[in-house]
Design a protein around this ligand. Structure first.
Ligand SMILES: [Zn+2]
Ligand SMILES: [Zn+2]
Length: 138
């Protein structure tokens, strides 16, 4: 087993640890990710069924995704850092935001979603697999 993926918010009030390896690493260029990050895309490590633990109490914003799936976006109430997204309809899955990791260099984007909403100034890895919206299986 590799070492856990640990991270937290900018002020340190919320910390998390996630064991196992991500099943996908995704840059998402949708408008919602642009607004939540203040940048051109969100970057996520998606874990499925791996043990993970949160210390501290993040605030949560619930929103319906484009396909109707509810997403609970967790962020620190003090410093506002976006942390991770959970899906009440899909227990056990968590999408951790790459920039919140203690070792963000471990993030290696494989997929890019929502390229049709991409901003011309937002450049992503040319080698990553691109989808106009979401991958067909997601
Ligand atoms: Zn914080
Ligand atoms: Zn997105």
């Amino acid at each position: 087993m590799s070492r856990p993926y640990a991270g937290g918010c900018a002020c340190g009030a919320v910390r998390y640890t996630c064991e196992g390896e991500p099943v996908a690493m995704v840059d998402c260029q949708c408008r919602q990710c642009q607004r939540q990050t203040g940048g051109g895309h969100g970057s996520y490590l998606t874990f499925a069924g791996t043990p993970w633990d949160v210390q501290g109490t993040p605030n949560t914003w619930s929103v319906a995704g484009d396909n109707g799936t509810t997403k609970n976006a967790a962020f620190c109430a003090t410093c506002g850092s976006p942390l991770f997204i959970t899906f009440p309809d899909v227990p056990g899955v968590v999408a951790i935001r790459a920039g919140s990791l203690d070792e963000p260099e471990r993030y290696q984007p494989q997929l890019v979603t929502w390229t049709e909403a991409a901003q011309p100034w937002d450049h992503v890895d040319p080698a990553a697999t691109k989808f106009a919206r979401m991958p067909p299986t997601a």
